[in-house]
Design a protein around this ligand. Sequence first.
Ligand code: C2E
Ligand code: CA
Ligand code: CA
Length: 300
Amino acid sequence: MINQADLGLLDGFERALINHRLHMVYQPKVSLVDGTLKRVEALVRWDDPKLGVVPPSRFVPLAERYGLIDQLTHWGLTTTLRQWLDWRAKGIDTCIAFNISALSLEHLDFPDLVERMCRALDVPTDRLVLELTEGATQPLIKLMDTLTRFRIKGIGLAMDDFGVGYSTLMQLRQLPFTEIKIDRFFVDDAVTSDDSRAIVASVIQLAHSLDLSVTAEGVETEAQLDLLCDFGCDVAQGYWIARPLEPGKLSQWQADWAKRWATLSRAKVARSLKAAKPVKPVNSRRRTSPPAQAAESIRN
Ligand code: C2E
Ligand code: CA
Ligand code: CA
């Protein structure tokens, strides 16, 4: 039984979907090797005249439960692919990360539909990465066929929120993922907690040994970014780098970020030169190899 509050939300959401009152914002993800923009993650926004701003964590699960998720996915993907074309016309040739509910993957023809949508707009499929989260009721392993079809079409697959929820290292080995995203819970803790630091370092090392790229989510401080660079993490995303942006703001952000990155790189080189002097070891800057014990605990 749906309660009154959810019913009101669902009704409002359906109207917003029909009346084009949803919109997308895009959060940049940057390379930790050279600071360049790797891709942008599309995130849906709903600002309702009556209900105010409703967060996706509130309405996406309702859309999943009450049969509106495919419509949301279709609208969101079309909007994002069109946005990609607009950026490209302005000289920004980036990749798109798009969140997909595991429910949409239950349709075997879904990969064909996504490919057709890309073809119709002339967006190369290798510019698209789908982000998936393991749910209690939708084990990804059951969706192996669908996931493999996406890979055959050149579409990338990222396991979202890795480390919380139901995702396991075993699945990383079995499923055709190209990327994992370490959940922001670990990133947030990594600077202060030895355990989280060991987990982040171990996950990066293990993912690399499985030939997967690693993105760290929820980077909110320079110290976190530093640590992730030291651990060899590939890509970072978070408020410290950029908040989710309106599409027209991407170009200005890119110019501002390039300047910030240049300052950061210089500071990092200066710090490592200082650390290289045989005065006394600076433990927090050391390239730590993850304790075997932590790797073992993750495997179990
Ligand atoms: P997600 O895929 O894990 O997306 C990351 C969420 O973390 C976003 O919240 C983003 O705004 C937020 N975030 C990014 N950097 C930081 C940071 O440094 N600190 C903190 N505290 N938060 C940060 P948002 O936009 O509210 O989205 C929440 C969730 O809703 C997403 O989690 C995703 O699972 C889902 N979602 C969002 N847009 C879509 C969509 O178009 N389709 C589907 N199926 N799900 C969506
Ligand atoms: Ca995501
Ligand atoms: Ca996530």
